[in-house]
Design a protein around this ligand. Structure first.
Ligand code: NAD
Length: 367
């Protein structure tokens, strides 16, 4: 959401107060203190970077999943295969914030040792903003590439179709150039599902062609995806008949398919469907590749050529002189800086839903 939009329905909260609120909710809901804090940090960081779709708007649903047993507190990723420079991990349906952090830590450690590491993670709870993991690898001086899918979560129509087949299957890559790291991180759907959630709670409206009805009509109405809902109802895509569209026509649709095949099939976790009669909640799969430029022996050239090239790209004459050309990752850096200074704008409906969840679990929201 652009800060300042919909000001009548938006309130500003400090990152610290939001973190405390979210941490206390998950602690009261049954997570150990460190896990509750990790979930809070991850969600609030998504808001700080401007990705409200993967921020605290998720709290009611995460708590619902915890209570339903779809996601489990206090899990440790199980090592299924360990080949040194490659590993398969099973997240055992633990919180994605915990499980993915463990997988990334292992990938980084092994890539620093061997030069490269491939980590195939399956059955992790929702891992949130994937770019956060590319940023962790960047801090360790590593290039990383992440293909992600969401099992049992068909939301997106393939190119030329009206039926849900793909998950929103995000792709992310991080490149640690000195002074200006590059972080590309996006859903392969035209909009992330969380953006449909945000719109359904009164936040930023969707583009009018983001969704497609089962009759092939383009739409920006969240009801196409969720069916009819009241303001207090959880949004469930299984209740609607339409789909989100894949981005980039046949090319984006193809990348989504690759995410499903690499993160869903190669990891052994599962594709986005078909969903069986017993829905057990969604889980993320992630195939990550970590590369150490230093172990490759090209660190100096990588930094020099990469940085010179990036500067040349960023110096391209902009269409509008008032709108500079940016590197992927720069919008998030700028939004983080601004929101740390002025606060995080939350739609009133989102804050109300968080307060209701706090009340349900016996926590007290901080302001
Ligand atoms: P988006 O459409 O906002 O695109 C974000 C990417 O585009 C970033 O890399 C950003 O730096 C870059 N970008 C934006 N404006 C730019 C500009 N002017 N110049 C250059 N680069 C620019 O992202 P999205 O598709 O809405 O995805 C949002 C988030 O949702 C991502 O963090 C993604 O990981 C997450 N997600 C997670 C899951 C999951 O299952 N865990 C599923 C889907 C999406």
């Amino acid at each position: 959401m652009t800060d300042g939009e919909h000001t009548d329905r938006v309130q500003l909260l400090s990152a610290d107060a939001l973190r405390r609120t979210v941490r206390d909710i998950f602690a009261a809901a049954g997570c150990a203190g460190d896990e509750a804090a990790r979930i809070a940090d991850n969600l609030v960081d998504a808001n700080l970077t401007g990705h409200d779709s993967h921020g605290v708007v998720r709290v009611p649903l995460y708590v619902d999943w915890l209570r339903s047993g779809f996601v489990l507190a206090g899990q440790t990723a199980r090592v299924v295969t360990d080949g040194g420079s490659f590993a398969v991990l099973d997240g055992c349906r633990g919180f994605g914030q915990t499980i993915a952090a463990q997988a990334v830590e292992l990938g980084i450690e092994r890539a620093l040792e061997h030069g490269t590491c491939v980590v195939a993670l399956r059955n992790a709870g929702h891992i949130g903003r994937v770019g956060a993991f590319a940023e962790t690898a960047i801090r360790a001086g590593l290039v990383s590439i992440h293909f992600v899918n969401v099992s049992d979560s068909p939301l997106v129509a393939p190119f030329g179709a009206v039926e849900k087949r793909f998950s929103t299957a995000p792709f992310a890559a991080g490149v640690p150039l000195p002074g200006q790291p590059v972080v590309l991180d996006f859903a392969t759907s035209l909009v992330a599902e969380g953006k449909v959630q945000v719109a359904s709670y009164g936040g930023k409206p969707l583009p009018p062609d983001a969704l497609i009805s089962d009759e092939g009509e383009l739409s920006g109405d969240p009801r196409v995806l969720y069916g009819d809902f009241g303001s207090a109802d959880l949004r469930r895509a299984s209740s609607g008949t339409g789909a989100i569209r894949a981005f980039g026509e046949h090319k984006g649709s193809g990348l989504a398919l690759m995410c499903e095949l690499l993160a869903g099939a190669l990891t052994g976790g599962g594709g986005s469907g078909p969903v069986g009669p017993e829905f057990r909640g969604i889980s993320n799969g992630m195939l990550s590749i970590y590369v150490s430029p230093s172990r490759l022996g090209t660190q100096d050239e990588f930094e020099r050529i990469g940085r010179e090239y990036l500067d040349w790209v960023l110096a391209a004459r902009p269409i509008d002189p008032a709108v500079p050309v940016l590197a992927p990752g720069q919008p998030e850096e700028r939004t983080r800086e601004a929101r740390l200074a002025t606060g995080i704008p939350l739609p009133t409906d989102t804050w109300t839903a968080i307060c209701r969840t706090a009340e349900n679990v016996g926590a007290v929201p901080s302001r």
